[in-house]
Design a protein around this ligand. Structure first.
Ligand code: HEM
Length: 398
């Protein structure tokens, strides 16, 4: 039966939608697979095949439309004098940057499993009978791994964590101008921090990824100090929070599906498949943006050059044409080719790190059989991110 429903009334900031976006995504996939969504003035793309086509075709669907960039306006204009990083560049610059950054990143993450294991043990070992997932575990674990890999001194971490949390909160366009301005100020502080830290690292070489990137400045790849500065900010902002979000939603799914948690305890080797399923069932980054560079078509819909587009990864990951029984959390699923890390040239550079850290983080939680929700979960209100801000927990005696 088709439910009568008007896609033009969709409000992506509606709290009921944010609490469970998947039934609404299903309506869009069935009845309006490409729809203009306000207040973003962007055409959201809901079906798996269309999302994949959009992300894989980096010539038609680009980060920056052809022509001169628009003059910087608004809160984030103070970063306008910095070069584009991986996130916001198109080829050929994107290709050059990725070629120099990816091998150094892959080398740096070799130490991640040891750091993650030691940190998980230390964090869980210090907890009492009642604790809070996001601040006590899901934030400190991946951030410790990331900052260690990057080579950021531990006494700098607390202030960086505060800035990055504020930058993420300010990404929600419904927040007050005051909060959004604070986010912009924190982004500026983060950029300034890396500018200064890179200067110091160039003067006195330091261990870690930033130290390695500093060594590459001025080499034949044309990497500049400003490129490294932007790259460090990108890594710092993108490099632990999505894993924080993943740990939160993944734990809720395990607690809601005790048979799956029990299966994981009985067959620990399932953890890698389980993490793919955790990424699929609740994509931490729900939306990613592009612009049509030329007049084109997607899913049979004509799109003039300049059309703003948003790939709805969370919807694609629940598309029944790609995944059997898509709303069921099944850690033994064969069809695990989720699209939560994106696809094509911008496929998440951090995915190999997540695939090292998340299994360790989740296996340590699964090993606590008396873990239970002990209060109301709180969710953030940005449709771009699927994340809890707080989940009170309790642990009883076994
Ligand atoms: C569960 C964790 C994560 C998720 C779900 C995630 C998701 C994504 C997605 C969807 C994209 C594609 C964006 C686009 O197409 O526009 C992306 C790109 C990116 N991610 Fe991640 N990410 C995660 C973890 C990380 C980590 C750990 C790092 C770094 C340490 C990282 C750094 C980046 C960077 C730099 C890009 C841009 C890559 C490019 O454009 O070539 N991410 N991520």
């Amino acid at each position: 039966m088709t439910i009568t429903w008007d896609p033009t009334t969709f409000n992506p900031h509606d709290l009921a939608f944010l609490a469970d976006p998947y039934p609404t995504y299903a309506l869009f996939r069935d009845q309006a697979p490409l729809s203009v969504v306000q207040p973003y003035a962007s055409t959201w793309v809901f079906r798996f095949a269309d999302v994949r086509q959009m992300l894989d075709d980096s010539i038609t669907f680009v980060k920056n439309p052809p022509g001169p960039p628009p003059p910087p306006v608004g809160l984030f204009s103070m970063g306008a004098n910095l070069p584009e990083g991986l996130f916001s560049s198109d080829p050929p610059r994107h290709t050059e940057l990725r070629a120099v950054l990816e091998p150094l990143f892959m080398e740096a993450i070799a130490q991640a499993p040891a750091v993650a294991t030691a940190t998980a043990e230390k964090l869980l070992g210090s907890l009492g009978a009642r604790w809070e997932l996001v601040s006590d575990y899901a934030t400190p674990l991946p951030s410790t791994v990331l900052f260690t890999i990057m080579g950021i001194p531990a006494d700098h971490w607390p202030v960086l964590l505060q800035w990055i949390a504020t930058i993420a909160a300010a990404h929600d366009i419904t927040q007050s101008i005051a909060l959004r301005s604070l986010g912009a100020t924190c982004a500026m502080a983060l950029n300034t921090y890396f500018e200064e830290w890179i200067l110091q690292c160039r003067h006195t070489p330091q261990p870690g990824l930033i130290g390695e990137l500093c060594q590459a400045i001025g080499g034949r790849d044309g990497l500049t100090a400003e490129d490294v500065q932007v790259c460090c900010s990108d890594f710092a902002v993108a490099g632990y929070l999505s894993t924080t979000f993943l740990i939160g939603t993944a734990l809720v799914h395990l607690l809601d599906n005790p048979d799956q948690a029990q299966l994981l305890r009985a067959q620990p080797d399932l953890i890698h498949n389980a993490v793919e399923e955790m990424l699929r069932i609740d994509a931490p980054a729900q939306l990613v943006d592009r612009v049509a560079a030329v007049d084109t078509k997607l899913g049979g819909t004509a799109l003039p050059a300049g059309t703003k587009l948003t790939a709805v990864l969370g919807s694609a990951d629940h598309d029944p044409t790609a995944f059997a029984d898509p709303d069921t959390f099944n850690i033994q699923r064969d069809d695990t080719a989720q699209i939560s890390f994106g696809d094509g040239i911008h496929f998440c550079i951090g995915a190999p790190l997540v695939r090292l850290v998340a299994p360790i983080a989740m296996a340590a939680l699964v090993a606590l059989p008396t873990l239970a929700v002990a209060g109301l979960a709180q969710w953030q209100t940005d449709p771009y991110l699927r994340a809890m801000t707080s989940l009170p927990l309790s642990m009883g005696a076994t």
